[in-house]
Design a protein around this ligand. Sequence first.
Ligand SMILES: [Zn+2]
Length: 167
Amino acid sequence: MDASMINKIQKSKDYARDPKRATFHTLVLEFRGDNNSYTVALAPDGWSCTCPGFQTYSICPHIMSLEKIFQAMLKRDPLPYAPGQNIVSDVTKAKRYSEELDRMKIISFEAAFKGDNKDHTVTYNNGTWDSTSSYFKSHGIGAYTMAMERILGAMVDPIRQPAYKDD
Ligand SMILES: [Zn+2]
């Protein structure tokens, strides 16, 4: 492993300890609820979820749990509670979900990432990572993507690491 890679790994650990450096612009994930699985999405104009609760109230425990988990990386106000919503039940459920991360599998995201020198965009699409950093372009891995991988853990597929490939 060359010195530049060791440096990027160290940098990614520092970045991952400071998740507010990242801001999700978009996020799509598969969410395993107690009975069914739903698709939850964050777009620039807001959240959506395919569950019946969201269709009625425009808020649901799935989104509420993601607001908890990704608080530092959203930079937007939580959705307001809706008239008629069972708030006690939804808050309890969202709290439990937010401690059960294996329910969530990220399908795609686009995030801005504030580095020490520059801002970059990190994207993820069905297991394929990309970044606007020049180091990523030449090495297929870099501090920003590795930091996002550390933050998101098992919710994403690991970055394939061409630099470590046996040949
Ligand atoms: Zn939902």
